[in-house]
Design a protein around this ligand. Sequence first.
Ligand SMILES: Cc1cc2nc3c(=O)[nH]c(=O)nc-3n(C[C@H](O)[C@H](O)[C@H](O)COP(=O)(O)OP(=O)(O)OC[C@H]3O[C@@H](n4cnc5c(N)ncnc54)[C@H](O)[C@@H]3O)c2cc1C
Length: 415
Amino acid sequence: MQDIDTVVIGGGQAGLALSRSLTDRDVDHVVLERGRLGERWRSERWDSLRLLTPRWQSRLPGFSYRGSDPDGYMSRAEVVEYLEAYAASFDPPLRTGVTVTSVRASSGGFTVETDEGGWRARNVVIATGDCHQPFVPPFATELADDVLQVVPTRYKNPERLPPGGVLVVGASSTGLQLAHEIHASGRPVTLSVARHSRLPRTYRGRDIMAWLDEMGVFSERAEEVSDLASSRSQPSLQLVGTEDRRTMDLGTAMEAGIRLVGRAESAAGKIVRFGDNLVEDIVAADVKLVRLRQRIDDHIARSAWADSVPGVPPIEMIEAPDAPSSLDLARAGIRTVLWATGFTRSYPWLHVPVLDARGEVRHEGGVTDWPGLYVMGLRFLRRRNSSFIDGQARDAEEIADHLTASRRVASAAVA
Ligand SMILES: Cc1cc2nc3c(=O)[nH]c(=O)nc-3n(C[C@H](O)[C@H](O)[C@H](O)COP(=O)(O)OP(=O)(O)OC[C@H]3O[C@@H](n4cnc5c(N)ncnc54)[C@H](O)[C@@H]3O)c2cc1C
């Protein structure tokens, strides 16, 4: 058992950002990572993935993108290089290849067990990721055994799929991108659509992210939104980072020949049934887009440089196609189902009573109600961008401040 002030679990961007903020405050800490630095970008993302956020939007505590193409989008290999360069800039106490197997409360803090020995720590910060494991609907077990089921963390490229059609379930950022990619490889794709957030890549001459960033949308704080639970469960943005800055939405999917169906609701053998939500969800996404464009237009109108901004482009509403309420996968020639249905988290090693009925960590801005236990990197943890690379800087600084302030209070109480 080694003694230390703080153990950070997870060596992705959140764990590294927090490590930088703790280093700046002289907090004795260690970052434990079961794989390699930034492991999920190395082994759990598909080959062609590029960030949907532009390179400039990757600001970490004490570090930002300094290359020649700030408006482009990093490949996953670049994200790993970026995180490696970040780590090299302050040399964090990172131990890779160390899996945390248990965290328990003990006198003075926590006992952290790993597959390489244990730690006694006053504080523990969980930074194991918001996108921890793919969520697959329970009815997936009802599918016939000879239907190949794939999750995005295991998908690499279309060539690794068997020939034949593919049903992609989920039309947010991941599902929409993979549907386009797989369809372009010659495999007919059916895309199952539920709630989604449609966004153009560029709007009135700039990347949509530049407008949203300038308007402060991403730095909106958790306490400023009226319904935090709903904000935390919003679907991810239908965006893709490509050199030609193309917009990808259900309109481009239909143009490419991808067939749309409603939300997948049940399965039996080779039969999959879909909801009749297609029209409703397409209209809802369009209405939200119209409102967002209006907010951007108002922002531009208030600015001093409004005259130099290109005018308002026409909006093309998406027309929902007629869609079947069920599909016989065998008759449709579909051999693969790809579940792009979001992510969930699990903490089987956490033996401190901070999990709610759904197994999520209860917290307020990353601070749990168990003194000394924190969480980082979750959706809307403190701000709208808390689970994005760009959201780590301020969250890490504030959590490090809380942790050091609590430490001072505890020391004063002992003295
Ligand atoms: C497909 C996809 C695309 C995305 N695109 C963007 C984008 O364009 N822009 C953007 O800003 N964000 C994007 N994100 C969101 C976010 O940036 C990533 O999810 C990012 O990986 C989160 O970083 P993190 O450090 O919070 O968690 P992770 O990167 O998940 O890091 C957590 C680490 O904890 C380790 N770990 C887990 N359990 C243990 C344990 N028991 N012991 C020790 N270590 C453990 C894991 O190995 C992992 O390395 C994307 C996410 C996904 C899934």
